[in-house]
Structures are given as C-alpha cells and as structure tokens.
Design a binder for this molecule. Structure first.
Ligand SMILES: *Cc1c(COP(=O)(O)O)cnc(C)c1O
Length: 380
C-alpha cells in the first residue's frame, strides 16, 4: 500500500521500538503472568508490573490504580456499566455529552433503557461544553459524570479540571474517556480530580487490543461490578489471562510518549498548522471544525462548504483520511459530532478528518495539500 497514512485519530502505526520490546514475550518469555510456581510466570509478571508503572506514570496514577483491559471501549463499558451495576442506585442519573465516543453513548443508552435518566450536554460550535449548563444539570440523583477529554473527530478539549473540581465538591464519580488525549496533552488524574480514566494503546503507537482503566483508589464511593468474571486477575475487576506481550507494548508506548512528548507534539502541531494554512489559502471558504486553540495537536477537521454537499473522500487516491470518524465511515448515518456542533447534512458530506501523527513528514503534508487541492478543483 503506498497511500500516505493520515488517519492517526483512528489508529496509529506501531512504533518499531515498541514492537521490538514485545517480541520476546511472544516467544521465549511466554509464561502466564499469573503462574506463581515457576520462573516463566515470574518473568512475565515482572514485565507486566514494569508496564503497569509506565502506564501509571504518564497519567500520574499509582501502579495499583491501573486495570488492564482490551482497550478504551472496554474501559468505558467497565467504568460506566460497572458503576451502574455496583452503585445499586434506584434513581440513578448520569451526565454526559452529545459528542462522546459511541463506546460511552451506547453504554448510556443501555442504562437509559433500564429506566434511568441520562443528561446529554450540548457543546458550543467549537465542540466545548458550557460549565454553567453543566452546573445547572447537576442534581441529587446524578451519581456519575462521563465526559471525554479530547474529541476523536474534531479534537476539541473539554474543561476537565473544572468539571473534576465540581464533581469532587458534589461527591459525584467522574469518568473521563482520554483515548484521544493520552500522549498528546497533559493528563494528571490527581490534579484534575478524575476518578476513572479510559485509555488505549493503539492510539499512541502501541499494539491494538490493549488499554486500561484508571480507578482512583482514594474515592471509597467507587463500587464497580466487574463485567468479565473468571480468574480474578486485575484485582477481580477484569478476569482473563493477561496478554503480556500487549501489556509490555502498551507500557513501552507510554514511556516513549512521555519521553518524546515535547518534540513529537511540536512537530505534529507544526505539520497541522502548515496543512491548515495552505488549504485555507487556496480555498478561503474552508471551515476548520472544532476549537482553534483548545484542540489536540494533529487533528485537522475541515469542511468545504463550496462543494455543496459533494464528498471528496473517494477522490483522494494518495492519502488515507477519514470522513467524520472511522466508526461512522462504515455507518450511513452522518457524524453525530458534526451534527451536534451545528453542521447540516451537506456540510457534513463535504467534510474530512485528517489525523497527523509522529511518523508523518513534511513531504507527506505537501502530498496531502496537492491531493486535496486536486480533488476540490475537480469537483467545483
Ligand atoms: C479510539 C477511541 C475509543 C475506543 O478505543 P479502543 O481501544 O479502540 O476500544 C474510545 N474513545 C475514544 C475517544 C477513542 O478515540
């Protein structure tokens, strides 16, 4: 495949250094981390515990607050559905937003079908929630707040620290889906008063199929009923043999992301700015969706209103980008995020999401600019 990969909000290429560290845990170090009677188990367990520390450190958590899962989808399910089942609350109400990932929205839908009220905050046109509206929505039945840190389609960053403070004051459990912010902007679960945080490895150049849920050990109100039961691994929050190669890879991906944070993100930000600048110069009507200042580096979501609803996604043979979100590309319904920030169907059809990552170069951006320019000129 010689398309240039520019869909890094959907998934990322594995970092070769991450892969290198994983390989021994597939072949010679294949022990089950839970086996305590021999060295095969001990060495696998030691590697898992090093990885747990690497994951904990990138979000300022304690090692024992990290529960490994299969990814952010499972972490979101475990956090929200697990709480719903564990809290035994008759009149449970949940506050979330209209622009969450489907892994939060669909769990909320399931809980709403059981007769509970879900409040969906509507973001402004930049994709950011209003704190005053949030405050007004809080009532004595609200026991869970779930708000994403950064949006996967438009990159907007929510005021997580402010929400965390309000939740703490009101004794509400605060869950954050941080799959898109991890490694891109600072996350400090203590400073931000976060109780539960979902993260994923494959968005930060680690392997797919591994992620984690951070569970604040100092909030005694948190009572999560496990969804997957069996072998009592991960303190019974998540049973199943630990996939040590994947965990080692996730740990290494976190370590590298933390170490190269400044330089990687500066490079990505510069590439994004260049792309936006050049496209806006060529086509002054271009709309940049999401906030200009409060957004993660690398996410570029553009609408070309002058295309009048014509899509260019299939006219870009040189680059791999996405229309809205990967999850909704295979879904005929248009993006719920773009809809929520006020775009009509025509605008949504003429939108693309470009996700720039650390393996992209200046040359890639030049090719993307040419490819997009050619596609637009052919359609207008
Ligand atoms: C990718 C993503 C998820 C799902 O993560 P998986 O590890 O693929 O299950 C959830 N939330 C957001 C915001 C994401 O970007």
């Amino acid at each position: 495949m010689n398309k240039i990969y520019l869909d890094n909000n959907s998934t990322t290429q594995i970092d070769p250094n991450v892969l290198k560290h994983m390989i021994p845990y597939f072949n010679e170090k294949y022990g089950n981390p839970s086996s305590q009677s021999h060295a095969f188990g001990w060495e696998a367990n030691a590697a898992v515990e090093i990885a747990r520390e690497q994951v904990a450190q990138i979000i300022n958590a304690k090692n024992e607050e990290i529960v490994f899962t299969s990814g952010a989808t499972e972490s979101n399910n475990l956090a929200i559905y697990g709480l719903y089942q564990g809290l035994y609350s008759k009149n449970l109400e949940i506050i979330t937003t209209e622009i969450e990932h489907k892994a939060v929205l669909d769990v909320c839908k399931k809980i709403s079908k059981k007769g509970h009220k879900i409040h969906y905050l509507k973001p402004d046109k930049d994709g950011i929630i209003n704190l005053e509206e949030f405050k007004k929505t809080i009532n004595k039945n609200v026991k869970i707040v779930s708000i994403m840190h950064a949006n996967n389609e438009i990159g907007s960053i929510q005021p997580i620290k402010e929400v965390g403070k309000l939740c703490k004051n009101k004794n509400i459990i605060f869950h954050v889906d941080a799959a898109q912010s991890l490694g891109k902007i600072n996350i400090d679960v203590k400073d931000m008063n976060i109780d539960l945080l979902s993260i994923s490895s494959h968005k930060i150049y680690g392997p797919k199929g591994i992620g984690a849920l951070f569970i604040n050990s100092s909030n005694k109100k948190i009572n999560i009923e496990p969804i997957i039961v069996g072998g009592s691994q991960e303190k019974n929050f998540r049973s199943g043999t630990l996939p040590s190669p994947m965990i080692v890879g996730f740990g290494m991906a976190c370590k590298i992301a933390k170490k190269n944070f400044e330089s990687d993100q500066r490079k990505i930000r510069n590439l994004s700015n260049k792309l936006i600048q050049k496209i806006s110069q060529k086509f002054p009507g271009t709309v940049i969706n999401g906030s200009k200042s409060k957004r993660i580096p690398g996410n570029v979501n553009l609408t070309f209103p002058f295309l009048n609803g014509v899509s260019i996604i299939n006219s870009l043979p040189e680059i791999a980008v996405s229309s809205g979100s990967a999850c909704s590309s295979s879904n005929p319904n248009s993006s719920h995020v773009l809809k929520s920030i006020g775009l009509d169907k025509n605008y949504i059809n003429s939108s693309i999401r470009i996700g720039i990552g650390k393996f992209n170069s200046d040359e890639h951006i030049e090719i993307a600019i040419k490819s997009i320019t050619k596609a637009i000129e052919r359609k207008i």
